[in-house]
Each structure stands twice: as C-alpha cells, then as structure tokens.
Design a protein around this ligand. Structure first.
Ligand code: C2E
Ligand code: CA
Ligand code: CA
Length: 727
C-alpha cells in the first residue's frame, strides 16, 4: 500500500496554474453540483467548486479551503474508500451510486455521487495527470418526496384494507396499480402474484376465475367502465360479485379507475331463501299463508263463473285445525309431532282435486282453497277431510286418533278478499272448537248475542278511558348478548270494576272494529311518550315502543299527532318507537304508506315491524321502507330451538335483516334455550317472560341499573375513504 503522505511529497507543491480562480476551478464552477478534483497518486484535492466548499468546508470559506485535503476524508462512505483502494491497485472504472455524506454543518445528506478518472495537465503545457473527478448531487428533496409518497401509499393501502369490498385500481393504460387483500381473496390470487408484480399473469388469473370467461372476460378486463351501473360476475364455484367503477382523480384530472367488488353471494342466497320461505312452509313444503292469499286474490280476479253469480267466481276457503295437537307434541316430542303434521298434510291432499290449493297457515292449522265451489261442495269436502283425519294414526310406533275442527267461508257471499275470508273461516273454526270440536261449520254472520256483548264491551271501554281506568305496563327489551335493558314496549292494561282484568287480546279487536282504537291509541301514545320523558329526565334515555293499529296509522293527521305528542313531552324523537304490523304495510299501491313512513322517519322516530313473519311483506318493499327493526313474532320463537321449521324461518329472517341492515328483536322468549339459539343466530334483542313480563312503572324501574346502557345503532357500512367522483 502506498503512503499518501509520501506520494504527496513525491508530487511536490501545488503548481501555480492551480491558484484560486485557476482554470480547473473555473471549469468545476460550471458543473451544476458540488464537485472537486483529486489526484489519484496522493488522493489530495487539487481543486473544488464553491458548492463543494460550502458543503464540506464552511459557508463563506475561500474556494481554496478544500485544496490539499485528503479526498477520502471529504466523501468517506465505505464505497468511496473501496474505490480509492481499487484505484490505487489500478482499477479506474467509474463509481456512480446513491449514498450518504456528512457535511460540515453536521448533517448527513442523501446524495448521488459519481467518481470518474480524467487525465488533465495541472499546468498549461504540463504532462496530463490522473485525477478523480468527484461530483455530489443533493438528493434530500427527492428523499423527502419519496418518504411522503410512501406515507401516502401506506395510508391509501390502509384505507383499502379497511373496506369490506375488494378494490382494484388501474391507470389510464389499464395497468393494475394496486389492489387490497379482500380483492386477492375474492379472486383467490396465489401468493406469487401478491409478491411479484406481473400484470399479464394477474389478468390471466382473474379471467381463469370466471365461471363464463367467454362471455365475461372482456367486461372484466375493460380499461374503463361502459357505464356507472353495477355489473355482476359469476366466479367458478358460484360466488357472485357485483362491481362498480369510479374514475380515480389526481389533481383534478382522471388518472385511472377504481373498481370495487362486493360479494353478493350470501345476500342473494338469503333473498332466495326468503322468497321461497315467503311462499312455502318449510316443514311440509306446502303453500303458506302468503301464497294462499295470493292464490285467493288471483282467483277472485278471474272473470266470474255462472255458479258464482254477481260477476265474481265462487270459492270456498276451509280452515282445518287439529284438535289437541299440543298433547302430541308434549307427550311424543316435536320430531314425532312434525311427522304427524306431514301425515295429516298427505291425508288432506288425498281429498283434493287437481287445482285445489292446500296451505299450512299455522302450527297445526291448514287451509284449503277450492274453486269453483259452492256451499254444498264445501260441505262434502269438509266431511271427507274430517273422516280422513279421524282414521287411526301410526307414527313413530305410537298409535292414536286425531280429530280436527273445520271452519268454512265462501266467496263472494262471506267476503271478497283473502284476509276477510280467512278471518271468517277461522271464526267459524273457533266456534266449532267452542262447541265440542271434531266438526265443521260454515261462517255465520254475527249473532244477536255476539253483537250485544261486543257493544257492551265497546261502551265500557269508552267509559274506562274517561274514568282513567286504562294503564300502561312496560315490558323490558333486552340485548341478547349482554342482558342490558335497551328499551320498553308499552302494553295496555284494563281492569273493569265489574268484569275484572280484561286482556288486550279481547278488547283491542273490539276497539278496532268500532274505531275507538283511534282515541285509545292516542291516549297510549301520549302516556308512553310522557313516561319516556320522565325516564329521560331521570337520566335514563330509554326508548319506548308503542303499538299502532292500522286504523290509527291511516288517520289523516297521524304524523302530526305523533309530532305533537313528542313536542308536548319535549323528548328526542328517537326515544319513541312505533310498532307497525305488516298489515299496515301490505296494501300500498299508491305509495301513501311509504310517504307516511318517510315523514315519520324525517321526524326522527324509530319504527319496527311487529309480528314479523306472519304477514307477507315483499322483500323489495322492505328494502325501501325506513324501518330500522324487525320484531320476530312469538309464534316463531315458540318452538325454538327444536322446531326445525321455526328455526329455519328465524335464521332466514336474521340473515335477511343483516343483508338489509336492520336490527332484529325476538318476542315471547321464555326459555334460556330460546335465548341461546337467538344469540347464536345473531339476533340483537329480545323480550319475553324469560327476562320479565310487562311490568308497572315501579317494578320496571326496579329492574333498571343505576346507569342506563345505550341502545346500539343500526349497523351501517362505513364508506371507503378514497377520493372518488361519480362518473
Ligand atoms: P303484541 O304487540 O305482539 O304484544 C306482545 C304480547 O305478548 C303481549 O301480550 C305480551 O304481554 C305478550 N308476551 C310478552 N312476553 C311473552 C312471553 O314470553 N310469552 C308469551 N306467551 N307472551 C308474551 P298482551 O299485553 O296481552 O298484548 C296482546 C296484543 O294486544 C299485543 O300483541 C298487541 O297486538 C295488542 N296491544 C297491546 N297493547 C296495545 C296498544 O297499546 N295498542 C294497540 N294498538 N295494540 C295493543
Ligand atoms: Ca307489539
Ligand atoms: Ca308482536
């Protein structure tokens, strides 16, 4: 190794041509970056420009400040030292790399530094000497920009990962810029494609995942969306993706496209199950109540047949209810009970002609629609069904005999729509039950005696309201997961001094028939809202749910009445929840119901659908209405978890509610097993005897903790944070 000091001695003093302002310095001054020349033989700097002096000596130092300094002390990265060592051994190949240098102000800067060898005479006319020309370009600004870019990218990546959708970003040329993990999962991309960027392989993979690449590949790989509408793709294995595309904007100009993919598979399956469930009974596969109503409607819309007269076709509706079926369930168990129902369905089916419809409309209740059919035909059919059911049964090794009670209603004489006919046939059936069962009966207009008791009850109710004899009890609504009370349903109670305690199941119907329910409902609304206000004032902002009858809802000024009640009590509107039945929502051809619901929603009150599952709301309608909660009817909760039919319905309702973003509460929960089933199936809240029956205010308050728990909000998908504009 050569000693640089000795080499310097051999080279002698700095020649006069290199004095300040000399040729080489002027040349170096013309370079855009810090630069200097150093002799290869002794490593000493012979000339430097002002920028180099500013960096490595000091601001304001003379241009000669670096002269004679060892070159490998100025830029001293290991790479630099290695280069000098190599140069000494005869390797004169240039060095160009990004590195860090320490400058005289004590900072370390990122730079691009180059060293190359030039042969130059140090003095005019002198021998050329090997010199290293070193230039150092400041990269601090670039590095900062890069850091910013990386931060932005990781922020963007974080945003992408935070969305539930699969997201792919392409540039204007269709290059795949970035995608999130969800996207990779959806298309089942192999790890190799995640680690190494390979657009062609990635495109091939995407196309390979399509169930119908021939039809869909072009659409999938399009550079730009053909429209802003959502598109669907079916993948191998049947999953369905929905894609929407939005332009990606950068500095106000389109720079590519953001494609977001949503997996619709579960939602579509839930919709399909609901659509099926909405017209079939899961246990027997027969039509259900909704399908029956549709069938009756379509028959009554047909042009009249001569037998029907009146221009309306003749039709008989028979409601068949098994007698004491509860015993079978209790003694032989649900599984055998279900087999018995299947057996009964088969027997009834055997009595029917082609074109007649058999439906299961309740646990042990069936209905038959026959048309054309007059009273005489219905009588013959009822007798046949009675006889067939009476034949001995042998199910699951048990021998027994069943009977049934049948009620019959005829169209057009007893009614002209499904609801009315159903009600009348059920009434007739209950009359059979009341007079000893195992028989059939045709609907009869209400008897004189019925009318009297009806009117007496109506009169007594009107007096009771004036005398303030109605009261409201409150049934706690509870979070299924935590057991915290989240709300209360107001339920009417009435004790008459003579008749004693009369259950709402008896008086509400009468009040609905006479129209008194409007006044009564008004009282309930004010009383319940008043109670909510008292709880609110006590620091317990507990929502109160109020039952609303159809007639009350249809009143011209219903929305104003609700607004008034809230204003009088002075509570936040969200503390009032209106429980609406499906029957309120059913007939909305003109959209009046929808606009009323929207007005209530604007008011800020909550709405739920009571007795959900017993009606037949169409899924399309449910999607449109601003109702935040579905209340699963007691009837479906009753058999849980063993009754497979009910379990299937409850699961389907929960699945659908999730897809629609609605909360679900189950009513009539009496056992821990029911609660556990509901919790495991994802139900939000419940009410029922398991926690508490409807309680008077004092008992209710005793069940409340000192600090109330807030009710969870309707779950909503958070929109992605990416900056998009709709095209
Ligand atoms: P609903 O709205 O379905 O009310 C729930 C009914 O189930 C209540 O009967 C409640 O006491 C009962 N219940 C609660 N938990 C359980 C349980 O675990 N098991 C069983 N088997 N039953 C349970 P209630 O109070 O007799 O009310 C009957 C119906 O009367 C109500 O049914 C509702 O349709 C109507 N109703 C009650 N209050 C009002 C009211 O203020 N306005 C209107 N329009 N209708 C009302
Ligand atoms: Ca209710
Ligand atoms: Ca209910």
């Amino acid at each position: 190794m050569t000693d640089p000091q000795a080499a310097a001695a051999r080279a002698g003093p700095t020649p006069p041509g290199l004095a300040p302002g000399g040729l080489l310095e002027r040349l170096l001054e013309g370079l855009p970056h810090a630069a200097w020349l150093a002799r290869l033989d002794n490593r000493r700097i012979v000339a430097a420009n002002r920028e180099a002096v500013r960096w490595f000596a000091g601001d304001g130092d003379p241009p000669s400040a670096l002269t004679d300094r060892p070159a490998d002390a100025v830029a001293a990265s290991p790479e630099d030292l290695a280069w000098w060592l190599g140069a000494e051994l005869g390797d004169r190949s240039p060095l160009y790399s990004d590195t860090l240098v320490g400058t005289s102000d004590g900072r370390t800067r990122p730079v691009s530094r180059s060293i190359r060898v030039v042969e130059l005479p140090l003095a005019p006319g002198g021998e050329p000497v090997a010199l290293a020309l070193v230039t150092v370009e400041d990269r601090s600004a670039d590095a900062q920009l890069q850091a910013q870019r990386e931060e932005l990218l990781s922020e963007l990546q974080g945003t992408l990962e935070a969305t539930a959708d699969g997201i792919l970003v392409t540039d204007l040329a269709g290059r795949l810029r970035v995608f999130n993990r969800r996207f990779a999962e959806m298309f089942d991309l192999p790890d190799a494609l995640l680690q190494q960027r390979d657009d062609a392989a990635l495109r091939d993979r995407l196309v390979a995942r399509l169930a119908e690449p021939g039809a869909d590949a072009r659409r999938l790989l399009a550079l730009a969306p053909e429209s802003t509408a959502a598109e669907r793709f079916v993948l191998v294995g049947g999953r369905v993706l929905e894609r929407v595309a939005r332009p990606l904007m950068q500095d106000g100009r389109g720079s590519g496209c953001v494609w977001s993919y949503r997996d619709l598979t579960e939602r579509l399956a839930a919709e399909h199950r609901i659509e099926t469930l909405s017209h079939t009974d899961p246990l027997t596969g027969l039509a259900n109540r909704g399908r029956l109503a549709e069938h009756v409607r379509s028959l009554l819309e047909l042009p009249g047949d001569p037998a029907g007269g009146d221009g309306v076709p003749s039709l008989s509706l028979l409601v068949v209810d098994l007698d004491r079926f509860g015993h079978i369930n209790d003694t032989l168990g649900h599984a055998i009970g279900n087999d018995v129902l299947l057996d009964v369905a088969q027997r009834i089916q055997g009595c029917l002609r082609k074109g007649d419809l058999l439906a299961r409309v309740g646990g042990d209740q069936f209905a038959i629609v026959v048309s054309p059919a007059d009273a005489a035909f219905a009588e013959k059919l009822a007798a046949r069904v009675l006889a067939e059911i009476k034949k001995p049964c042998n199910v699951g090794g048990a021998q027994f005999t069943l009977t049934c009670s049948i009620g019959v209603a005829l169209a057009p004489s007893h009614g002209r729509d499904a609801d009315q006919l159903m009600r009348r046939a059920e009434q007739a059936m209950r009359a059979v039950k009341g007079s000893g069962r195992a028989n059939w009966r045709l609907h009869q207009a209400r008897t004189e005696v019925d009318w009297r008791s009806h009117m007496r009850l109506d009169h007594a109710m009107r007096q009771a309201l004036v005398a303030n004899r109605f009261r409201l009890n409150y049934q706690p609504q509870v979070c299924v997961e935590t057991g915290a009370v989240t709300g209360a349903e107001a339920l009417l109670r009435w004790r008459d001094p003579e008749m004693g305690e009369i259950p709402p199941s008896r008086f509400i119907k009468v009040a609905e028939d006479s129209g008194f329910i409007v006044q009564l409902g008004e009282w309930v609304l004010h009383t319940a809202v008043g109670q909510a206000a008292r709880w609110h004032a006590q620091g317990r902002p507990l929502p109160v749910a109020v039952n609303v009858s159809a007639l009350q809802f249809q009143q011209a000024h219903f929305v104003e009445r609700v607004a008034e009640a809230l204003a009088v009590a002075g509570i936040p509107p969200r503390l009032l929840e209106l429980e609406l039945t499906e029957s309120i929502l059913l007939h909305d051809e003109a959209g009046d119901v929808l606009s009323r619901l929207e007005a209530l929603a604007r008011l800020g009150v909550q709405m739920s659908i009571d007795d959900f599952g017993t009606g037949y709301s169409s899924l399309a309608y449910l999607k449109r209405i601003p109702v935040s909660k579905l209340k699963i009817d007691r009837a479906f909760v009753a058999g849980l978890p063993d009754d497979e039919g009910n379990a299937a319905i409850v699961r389907a309702i929960l699945q659908m509610a999730r897809a629609l973003g609605k909360l679900v509460i189950a009513e009539g929960v009496e056992t821990e097993a029911q609660r556990r089933f509901l919790r495991d199936s994802g139900c939000d809240e419940f009410q029922g005897f398991l926690f508490a029956p409807a309680l008077d205010v004092l008992s209710f308050e005793q069940r409340l903790p000192a600090v109330p728990t807030p009710r969870p909000d309707t779950p909503r998908r958070r929109p992605p944070r990416i900056r998009l504009v709709s095209g």
